[in-house]
Write a protein that binds this ligand. Structure first.
Ligand code: SF4
Ligand code: ZN
Length: 709
């Protein structure tokens, strides 16, 4: 037998033995009926569920799983068979780790790793993965001979936006070398034991279930999905033992190449298992193996610039200076000019720079653009990107928008030499990079002079914001001539297509009608295509021949009939990354709406995750539908079923967030004041009886509406 297959089988057998022993011990200790589950998932033990369809719920269910696991280890001298044994190791790891969670234990509460990655986190990764903001996923495992080497690799991934999971002592090594961690920083420590590699595998597996509408039990389909659609790979550091090798075999079976830093000689499998002993080449080779291309932005600024820094927080103690609307006049404005009126790449700082000694400054970020194809409507599309771009600078935090924002610059960034003109450079380079199809010239003025900033705020910014708001408010589905498709999410959910209208944004919450329109103008062959508003079939449900036709085309025939305004009749499909899901609450004949962040129970008897697992992957599920937060206050929300008057329950945070807009819509449509007072939340009830009592007490309008079914 080859040394490689030998090692794989030895590792798989070791894990199988451990798993069997641990399951028997756990059953002896807790009993067969004791529950076993990972927290905050609707997919049981995800790998076992996806591969076999078995829904493990209690310890007694695991005995059969151990049998399946053992059957995967044939011991035959064949690489394919040996890779199956690698899958057995994954199943073993999944069981061993699940046992840590028996009886609701929190095994990772005091660990440097986070352990199991909950479903909502995976859903939140959908959009960044499809837009290429996260171009790939690295799994880094082991202990490097030199901490500096592993940290350099991780930082390199971070600067490229790659999401990196860490397993083993490399976690401490990275911490020691100052790697910033957390999901927002795209570097996520999972755990110390090699079995915690399963938490990375489960992310890939659930991507197939959430976005790919994979049927549980379809192992071949699962392996195809992970291989083709999950751009992951593995890097190991340090000596390999048999368990690491067999786990690596599991990764290869899923289609994830493994790069090790020891010399495997003739045991290498080109394209799947390769040795790269020079750590400065690890990243390059790993990306090549997965064919991940990184768009590098060469920016002439003294700090790093990468999407990975978007979520970085600058605390007061680490802060050099701040621009804050609560203290000083601030605004951000993109405005369209005639080409002759501005000078391209002119960057001006008007007022003191941040080294003048003050801690607080005013700031008007004043951007003038011109271009033959530029439209007034694109001003706000460009303007909204300022938030992301400023955040991409390492050591800069930006929250808010328009005239309400806070920007902090860290001492570290300041000491590296970051100054106001660098902000101008960032804006210029990014606008010319992303909006080059419509912007030919761009001039940037950063006004830190208090009086001048105040003047821009009052005389230009506020009137511009107000005019835009008026335009947005007047923009209805009736007032435009076309809607847009968005198929960005097809890289994960091949049968999904959003139809974006002025009154219904994409379900991810990130694509408004204006965004889709701009996307089309910027890239006419791109993911958003105009749908001429033609062939009205039914006004109530929002059924159009042309919409059906375009959706059928966009989904390659998977979806042929779709309505814009109904949850019950041919509702729009969901990819999986929706901000909220609404669903029928049968006892009240109403709809509940739940946001991704809410972890508790709903009166429908399901959590967000359980509700969400009923839809996704581009499948239509009448009665349930994913949508964006903003859609809740739309006049078109479930308008075929009676509209927002059907909403009976929402988590409190969501209700508070949408209250102002939702109440305004309710007043306009039905003359109801403070409609959100009639909507229950988790502080009022979590069950149907409590809900009905509340609705009756409040005399909620749903009680007088026709039954839904
Ligand atoms: Fe995905 Fe729809 Fe958002 Fe487009 S609009 S990115 S398809 S969820
Ligand atoms: Zn999506």
């Amino acid at each position: 037998m080859s040394a490689l297959t030998d090692l794989i089988y030895a590792g798989s057998n070791a894990v199988a033995g451990l798993t069997e022993g641990a399951v028997n011990d756990a059953i002896a200790k807790y009993g067969e009926e004791t529950k076993v589950a990972y927290p905050d998932t609707a997919y049981f033990l995800p790998t076992i569920y996806a591969a076999t369809g078995v829904k493990v719920a209690k310890l007694g269910d695991l005995t059969a799983c151990v049998g399946v696991l053992k059957s995967l280890i044939s011991g035959k001298e064949d690489l394919g068979e040996a890779l199956n044994a690698g899958l057995a190791t994954a199943v073993g790891a999944e069981i061993l780790e699940a046992l840590k969670y028996v009886n609701g234990a929190e095994p990772y509460a005091n660990e440097s790793g986070i352990g199991f990655v909950p479903d909502p986190v995976i859903r939140s990764l959908g959009v960044p993965l499809v837009t290429g903001d996260i171009p790939g996923v690295a799994v880094v495992l082991g202990k490097a001979d030199s901490a500096a080497d592993v940290a350099a690799v991780v930082k390199d991934y971070q600067s490229k936006g790659i999401l990196t999971f860490l397993i083993g002592d490399c976690i401490e090594q990275a911490v020691e070398q100052g790697v910033k961690m957390g999901l927002e920083m795209r570097v996520v420590p999972l755990g110390h034991e090699v079995t915690s590699v399963i938490y990375a595998v489960q992310v890939a597996v659930r991507a197939a279930l959430i976005f790919g509408s994979l049927q549980p039990g379809d192992l071949a389909g699962l392996l195809k999905y992970t291989k083709e659609r999950v751009p992951a790979f593995v890097n190991t550091f340090g000596a390999l033992n048999e368990v690491v090798v067999s786990a690596g075999a599991g990764a290869i079976a899923l289609g994830f190449p493994v790069v090790v830093d020891v010399d495997l000689g003739e045991n290498q499998v080109p394209g799947a298992l390769e040795s790269v002993t020079d750590h400065t080449m690890t990243v390059k080779r790993s990306l090549e193996l997965r064919n991940i291309k990184i768009k590098v932005k060469e920016l002439p600024i003294p700090v790093a610039f990468a999407a990975a820094f978007e979520g970085e927080i600058v605390r007061k103690a680490d802060m050099q200076v701040e621009f804050y609307s609560g203290v000083n006049p601030t605004c951000e404005l993109v405005t369209m000019r005639e080409p002759g009126e501005i000078e391209d790449h002119k960057i001006t700082v008007d007022g003191p720079d941040i080294d003048s000694g003050d801690k607080e400054y005013a700031l008007a970020t004043y951007i003038e653009v011109a271009g033959a194809r530029m439209q007034k409507d694109f001003e706000s599309v460009i303007e909204r990107k300022i938030h992301a771009w400023f955040n991409y600078m390492e050591g800069v935090m930006h929250t808010g928008q328009r005239n309400q924002f806070r920007i902090r610059i860290s001492k570290e960034a300041y000491e590296k030499g970051l100054r106001m003109k660098d902000f101008g450079e960032v804006l210029y380079v990014m606008i010319m990079d992303e909006f080059d199809a419509v912007v030919d010239k761009c001039q940037i003025t950063l006004v830190t002079d208090r009086e001048k900033a105040q003047k821009i705020l009052e005389t230009e910014a506020m009137p511009a914001y107000n005019a835009r708001d008026d335009r947005l408010a007047s923009m209805t589905d009736e007032s435009v001539n076309e809607f847009y498709t968005c198929i960005l999410c097809q890289s994960f959910a091949p049968a999904h297509c959003c139809v974006v209208t002025p009154e219904r944004l994409g379900l991810c919450g990130a694509v408004s009608w204006l965004d889709a329109k701009a996307t089309y103008e910027l890239n006419p062959q791109g993911p958003s295509q105009p749908i001429p508003k033609e062939g009205l079939i039914d006004e109530r449900t929002g059924r159009y021949e042309k919409v059906n036709e375009m959706v059928a085309e966009a989904t390659h025939g998977a979806v042929e009939n779709v309505t814009l305004y109904s949850i019950l009749e041919d509702p729009m499909t969901s990819c999986g990354c929706f901000e909220c899901i609404c669903g029928i609450e049968p006892s009240s004949n109403g709809f509940i709406v739940v946001n991704r962040e809410f972890k508790g129970m709903t009166p429908a008897g399901m959590t967000f995750g359980e509700l969400a697992s009923m839809t996704g992957g581009g499948v239509q599920t009448p009665g349930f539908m994913g949508h964006g937060r903003h859609f809740i206050s739309s006049k078109k929300f479930a308008s075929a079923e009676g509209g927002i008057e059907r909403i009976v329950w929402m988590p409190k945070e969501l209700k508070d967030d949408v209250a102002a807009r939702l109440n305004k819509t309710a007043k306009e449509l039905y003359g109801i004041d403070n409609f959100t007072d009639l909507i229950a939340d988790e502080t009022i009830c979590e069950d149907p009886d409590g809900l009905m009592a509340f609705l009756q007490e409040k005399n909620h309008p749903v009680l007088k509406m026709e039954p839904l079914m």
